[in-house]
Design a protein around this ligand. Structure first.
Ligand SMILES: Nc1ncnc2c1ncn2[C@@H]1O[C@H](COP(=O)(O)OP(=O)(O)OP(=O)(O)O)[C@@H](O)[C@H]1O
Ligand SMILES: [Mg+2]
Length: 404
């Protein structure tokens, strides 16, 4: 039991002991998904070199450059006198104002809580903010129904504890403790899935900016029983509105956070672009140069938006399935179908694969969702086909797939 406790704080820390490089860890070993600080290392270096604005103590970049890093910019000057403009890619598709407010919150004394429907890029935004502010997004706690307080605070290396007593070296810090010590941003994913008493361990950390270590009251090393947070420490939590989890947050903890709601992408054209570019990027990470079919993306994004909003652009009513039709899921479907075209190229028609994949997305919770998808086919899909659109005609012909 004691041993298990010591390792649980360690287990939540996703930080790696290997230093990272552009292609992955320093060993040169390939990794599936390099962390954001590795993927965007060039942009971060360019932004830091060009940054002339004031930055809060402990931050790697100024608030202005952080917003540019996340929302994109085409005018970052690098290279001193022979200045050339460096394009910074748009990573989060959404209002600049939202990102700006997030950055301001993190410079203050409250935590930042990103809430919203599943798949709206809350985790991605949290990671990008952490990377831009602290140079790493690896200090993270994944909230689950089984998260314990020592995964938020600290555990002990019991062998050393028995040998030397409660000295600082015997502590096994959680990511939160490490972030406080080093002045870095810590992410707490899916916080509402944790029990309230566990969540409440954050109250004193957020309000007093210190962590008590009562065991060290009588420590021989005289280091004291508190760890005070260094400048730069801040907390970003995410919570999913659908997956409320085992319990709701206490009012006391809510008051220590600024809430920011992350909405699905409002603009259809931008959502299409994102689905295409993200799917292509995901395929490229696995070494594939396959192009994502434009017609597929067009149909996919329209279907996802209609089912998400409960209404089509033409104003027709659509019954929503119980599953959330998130952009993240649309990216996953576009990626899967394109990957399929690489593995099974002979006579491949991407649109013909769409109904099967859609059924996979929709049929997660309720059997009724199949009927809702069929009703969508009998409504908007049929009407668009009858209006003469060849793509929608093709989709209508595939209705049978949904009944199998
Ligand atoms: N507004 C957006 N900007 C950029 N990417 C987006 C956006 N919305 C969705 N995505 C895509 O969705 C993916 C998944 O996002 P992420 O996992 O961060 O969502 P989430 O809100 O944390 O979801 P969950 O609630 O399920 O944890 C991103 O990697 C990105 O490809
Ligand atoms: Mg998430």
């Amino acid at each position: 039991m004691a041993k298990k406790k010591a390792s649980s704080a360690e287990a939540t820390s996703q930080s790696t002991s290997e230093p990272a490089s552009a292609s992955g860890p320093a060993s040169g070993r390939r990794v599936q998904l390099p962390p954001a600080e590795v993927r965007y290392a060039d942009e971060l270096t360019a932004l830091a070199a060009a940054d002339r604005h004031e930055r809060p103590e402990g931050w790697s970049l100024s608030p202005q450059s952080i917003v540019d890093f996340i929302c994109g910019s085409d005018g970052v000057k690098v290279g001193g006198n022979k200045a050339e403009a460096r394009v910074i890619t748009e990573k989060f598709v959404g209002h600049r104002d939202v990102v700006q407010r997030c950055v301001v919150t993190l410079a203050g004394e409250r935590g930042l809580m990103l809430v919203g429907e599943p798949g709206t890029a809350k985790s991605m935004l949290g990671e990008l903010l952490a990377v831009a502010i602290s140079g790493t997004g690896s200090l993270a706690v994944q909230g689950t129904a089984g998260t314990t307080e020592d995964q938020i605070r600290y555990g002990w290396n019991y062998a050393m504890l028995l040998d030397r007593g409660p000295v600082r070296e015997a502590l096994v810090p959680s990511p939160v403790m490490t972030g406080m010590r080093d002045g870095k941003v810590v992410r707490f994913e899916e916080i509402t899935r944790c029990l309230p008493e566990v969540q409440d361990a954050l109250i004193s950390i957020l309000s007093e900016r210190r962590m008590m270590i009562p065991e060290m009251d009588h420590a021989a090393d005289g280091a004291g029983n508190s760890l005070f947070a260094a400048p730069g420490f801040a907390l970003i939590a995410t919570a999913n509105l659908r997956d409320r989890g085992v319990s709701e947050m206490s009012a006391a903890l809510k008051r220590r956070f600024n809430f920011e709601t992350i909405a699905p992408i409002a603009d259809e054209v931008r959502e299409r672009e994102l689905v295409s570019t993200r799917a292509a990027a995901l395929l490229a990470e696995t070494g594939s140069k396959a192009a994502v079919d434009r017609s597929l993306v067009e149909l996919l994004v329209t279907v996802f938006r209609d089912l998400r909003n409960g209404r089509s652009d033409e104003g027709w009513q659509v019954t929503r399935p119980s599953t959330v039709m998130s952009t993240a899921e649309a990216v996953a479907v576009a990626t899967a179908i394109t990957r399929e075209s690489v593995f099974f190229p002979s006579g491949f028609d991407p649109v013909s694969r769409m109904p099967g994949h859609l059924l996979g997305v929709v049929m997660k919770d309720e059997a009724k969702d199949r009927e809702r998808l069929l009703a969508y086919w009998d409504g908007p899909v049929r009407r668009r086909a009858e209006d003469g659109s060849p793509l929608w005609k093709r989709l209508m012909e595939l209705r049978g797939v949904l009944e199998e």
